[in-house]
Design a protein around this ligand. Structure first.
Ligand SMILES: C[S@@+](CC[C@H](N)C(=O)[O-])C[C@H]1O[C@@H](n2cnc3c(N)ncnc32)[C@H](O)[C@@H]1O
Length: 152
């Protein structure tokens, strides 16, 4: 499957084998590890890619379903899982069109999601402007981190 062609039209299947050479950042990892640490049940990781976040989360004991639209990216992730004897459910799908039988306590998405999340009835529990959890400031913050909740 060729990955969904979003915004920049990046073909992730074509760059899957070199993605990790270029994307080595881990500044956001402590944030996700802390979010996941309090979760007992399965976590849904949307746009998991080659597992930059998935692998450390699994090594820390999280139970993950990793979804991505690029089979190439997921092949790299699956190879890493095998090499490290880690287990995760890996699904190739467009996250905008996802049918999941499992109810997840937490979903992680390291991409833009706001409009869709609001349409699906999520409320904003927190909005951070950095992975150190400082408040979002429109003119200064390098990122927008939405913590969304859906009750009931
Ligand atoms: C920049 S990479 C990020 C991968 C990983 N989350 C990380 O932080 O390294 C973006 C990933 O999002 C996936 N993606 C983008 N839009 C998607 C969609 N609509 N459905 C499923 N996957 C999507 C791409 O295939 C790609 O693997």
């Amino acid at each position: 499957m060729t990955g969904p062609q979003t915004e920049t039209q990046t073909d992730y299947d074509r760059i899957a084998e070199i993605y990790d050479l270029y994307v080595t950042a881990d500044y956001d990892l402590p944030f996700f590890l802390q979010e996941a640490a309090e979760v007992r049940g399965p976590i849904l990781e949307l746009t998991a890619g080659t597992g930059r976040l998935s692998i450390p989360l699994l090594e820390a004991g999280s139970q993950l379903t990793c979804v991505d639209g690029s089979q190439g990216m997921l092949d790299v992730l699956s190879r890493k899982l095998e090499e490290r004897a880690l287990k995760a459910e890996v699904r190739c799908a467009d996250v905008c069109d996802l049918e999941l039988p499992t109810v997840y306590e937490v979903a992680i998405l390291r991409e833009r999601f706001e409009g869709m999340a609001r349409d699906e009835g999520f409320q904003v529990a927190a909005l951070y402007g950095s992975y150190d959890r400082s408040a979002f400031e429109p003119d200064r913050s390098p990122v927008m981190i939405w913590v969304l909740e859906k009750r009931g």
